[in-house]
Design a protein around this ligand. Structure first.
Ligand code: BGC
Length: 749
């Protein structure tokens, strides 16, 4: 314990007096284990704090990037100097044991107090072994698989020197134009909350000081997923009720699951940028939720408050951020430049700095960095853990579970062994695209493309590129048509480039780019079954493709093992079981489109033809609804029963339904439970997901699924903004997607 103190060049270092120890012991004895841990962490952090100069304290509130991703493992000499002077307590984008050790040594051996650095990185869907993009993983509805993905990511990242990931990203979004939907879990607050919990658990485990776990960072707080017009970084404007009932739950779930840090978002909410938003960072996060970790900015979002027009200059921006509750400045250099001066002039109080530093130091203690700053620096472990066979197997498993079968007429899929297959499309041969955005240390050069994997499975596969994923060049069509003409079935791989999803990648058109769909139309004329394999990071407008294709498989960007996973699904080695977690619109004009819409005063089912809430040129419903996904088998739902027609406030009722596998092969089905509150003091959504379960069924097998419904599942922010339920009539729905459901009514007393 406190081995780091050995390195400190002493100033007024005094150990605790006997009296203080007795006092501490006394306080400790009268506390429960959680508050005991709190007291102990505070005490440890304070014992460091009292040794620190103001400048050193501010240093802990600073996070700088290494230049790794730009020029290899380097750090600006000024930053290295800052580390040595105690002016920089945290680094991101620096990884691998040898590099991390070098920087950690600079902090521990050369700074006056030797306080170890935090090392952060965007380990979003894998460190080196890359899992499917988060939106794809979410479609597995498989919490064990999602937790495992985060676990493997944490194991690899921690083996490579890292102790902090900027994940999970839990921003709810109904905006397919927004490129960052690829990083989240989709449109639903309930499912999003379950996934947020699973990811935090996977990263942090049960004990942060375990060397194979890393600190999670919930982002982007808050409501970053709702930029107007889907344009990244754009204004967010929504009612407080919508924010609290729809956008807030996954952040809350992640924090309740123990996430130790929170990242602010770039956007404003109700006119105040998140990074300067005291309501969000102090009232809601700290006071209401009791969050004890630290808050870091998203990149230079303190500086950006000048552009937002909420402050006149950067100095004011720094004070606004600190007063709002921001503890750490990522890359902006605002805290570093102005805080000391502001303490001296009285604009901010040193106590505020102490509080922020305490929160940061506590986490460093929790990670065990003070006991051993090099605990994540073990070359042998790095060699053994990173990219291990076990991790790749996990990535393959999760990838298979994330592929959504959207259409399968005439049992076009699975492909049968011996069928002559022509694979067409640039994306089929692309390795890089398979990994998606935020690929951390992922390497694509040595992974098999989908084409490689299909050829390994069936060597006589034919291939032609046909066209590029972008652009209007059709000169490759002729060769593609000649190649396809020799086959029994055509597999056309189309979609987006991987850099069309992720940050700063908003689109104003969500159709399949370029001439890829024109190629599909030409191939279709050959009269052979065409399977469309989609690679993309957002819901697309697939109206044209849906008419032309005989089968469609949504594969997202499926990760390091994506090629093999897609191959296994195409050839029926794995029966697809994933379900969409974002609605796929018929066209962009329907956006935003989501299943939990309101009924309106003029719902579409009214008998008149005109004056109702509808389009004149397209149906209201999406092309593929939330929760939708096919299997190579079929499932039949029957016998929905409620144990009672009345639910008492403190009681529960059981909903049971029978699900039968009516097809020829074993399969897995995600059974979904929705409710509707028919009358409320404020209008209520037409459906809200409240439960789900995934089950496996053999052909002809029937299972009874039971859900327990309790009144707290029916709570919302009522007219007076209090959170709770209202008695009255409800509908309960169960089905395999949000559209095709059985229903029963019940009353809440
Ligand atoms: C992104 C964050 C990310 C950070 C650090 C920002 O631009 O919005 O999601 O964690 O960069 O890389």
């Amino acid at each position: 314990m406190f081995t780091w103190l050995i390195n400190a060049k002493p100033i007024h270092m005094k150990s605790l007096t006997g009296l203080a120890l007795i006092l501490l012991l006394f306080v400790a004895c009268s506390q429960n284990p959680a508050s005991l841990k709190e007291t102990s962490l505070n005490h440890k952090a304070d014992s460091v704090l009292k040794l620190m100069t103001l400048q050193e304290k501010i240093g802990q509130m600073v996070l700088y990037t290494s230049d790794w991703d730009v020029t290899g493992p380097t750090i600006r000499s000024s930053y290295l100097d800052d580390i040595k002077k105690g002016n920089c307590g945290n680094i991101f984008n620096a990884h691998t044991v040898s590099y991390v050790r070098t920087l950690q040594e600079a902090a521990v051996k050369e700074s006056r107090l030797g306080i170890p650095l935090l090392f952060g990185y965007d380990v979003i869907h894998g460190y080196k072994t890359i899992f499917p993009i988060s939106l794809g993983e979410a479609c597995s509805w498989d919490m064990a698989a999602i937790e495992k993905s985060a676990r493997v990511s944490a194991i690899e990242a921690s083996a490579s020197g890292l102790n902090w990931t900027f994940a999970p990203m839990v921003d709810i979004s109904v905006e397919p134009r927004w490129g960052r939907v690829s990083e989240g879990a989709g449109e639903d607050p309930f499912l999003g909350s379950c996934i947020a919990r699973a990811r935090v658990k996977g990263f942090q485990g049960t004990n942060l000081s375990d060397t194979s776990t890393i600190l999670a960072c919930v982002k982007h707080f808050a409501a970053y997923g709702a930029p107007l017009a889907g344009r990244d970084y754009n204004t967010v404007d929504m009612s407080k009720r919508v924010f609290l009932d729809t956008y807030f739950p996954p952040y809350k779930a992640a924090i309740e699951a123990g996430a130790g840090s929170v990242m602010t978002s770039f956007n404003e909410l109700d006119g105040v940028p998140s990074t300067g938003n005291k309501y969000l960072l102090t009232e809601l996060l700290r006071k209401e939720m009791g969050f004890k970790g630290f808050v870091v900015t998203d990149y230079t979002s303190i500086n950006e408050m000048v552009n937002h027009g909420i402050v006149a200059n950067e100095e004011e921006a720094g004070a606004l951020a600190l007063n709002a509750g921001v503890d750490m400045d990522m890359q902006g250099e605002i805290y570093f430049k102005y805080l000391a001066k502001q303490v001296k002039s009285g604009i901010v109080k040193e106590k505020q700095i102490d509080d922020a530093v305490r929160r940061i130091l506590r986490v460093k203690f929790e990670l065990g960095l003070f006991d051993d700053p090099y605990k994540y620096c073990n070359e042998a472990r790095e060699k053994a853990e990173v990219y291990s066979k076990e991790n790749l197997d996990a990535a393959l498993d999760v990838a298979k579970r994330s592929l959504v079968l959207l259409k399968n007429d005439n049992e076009t899929l699975p492909l049968r062994k011996g069928e002559k297959i022509a694979v067409i499309g640039e994306l089929a041969a692309s390795k890089r695209d398979l990994l998606g955005s935020w690929i951390a240390a992922g390497k694509w050069e040595n992974i098999p493309s989908l084409l490689d994997a299909m050829k390994a499975y069936q060597p006589d596969i034919l291939y032609a590129e046909g066209c590029k994923k972008m652009g209007d060049d059709k000169t490759g069509f002729a060769e593609a048509l000649r190649t396809a003409a020799k086959a029994d079935k055509i597999v056309l791989v189309i979609g987006e480039s991987c850099d069309w999803c992720g940050e700063a990648s908003s689109r104003s058109n969500i159709q399949v780019p370029g001439v890829q769909t024109d190629l599909l139309a030409e191939l279709k004329k050959l009269g052979k079954p065409v399977v469309v394999v989609l690679m993309n990071g957002r819901p697309l407008d697939l109206s044209r493709e849906e008419v032309l294709a005989d089968a469609m498989l949504e594969t997202w960007f499926a990760g390091s093992m994506g090629g093999q996973a897609i191959t296994q699904v195409l050839f029926g080695e794995y029966n697809p079981s994933a379900k969409l977690t974002m609605s796929f619109p018929r066209n962009l004009g329907q956006v935003p489109i989501y299943y939990y819409e309101k009924n309106t005063g003029r719902p579409i089912y009214l008998p008149n033809d005109k004056y109702k809430s509808k389009y004149i040129d397209v149906p209201n419903d999406p092309l593929f609804p939330f929760g939708f996904g096919l299997s190579y088998t079929t499932f039949e739902y029957s016998n929905l029963k409620l144990s009672n027609t009345v639910l008492n406030k403190n009681g529960n009722l059981k909903a049971t339904v029978q699900v039968k596998n009516t097809g020829k092969v074993p399969g897995e089905e995600v059974v979904q439970l929705y409710v509707r509150d028919l009358v409320g003091s404020v209008t209520r959504p037409v459906k809200e997901l409240k439960g789900f379960t995934k089950l496996s069924l053999n052909p002809d097998e029937t299972k009874t699924v039971e859900f327990t419904v309790t009144s707290d599942m029916l709570a919302f922010h009522r007219l007076d903004m209090s959170y709770g339920t209202e008695p009255g009539e409800f509908l309960l729905f169960v089905g395999g997607n949000s559209r095709d459901v059985l229903q029963k009514g019940f009353q809440l007393n």
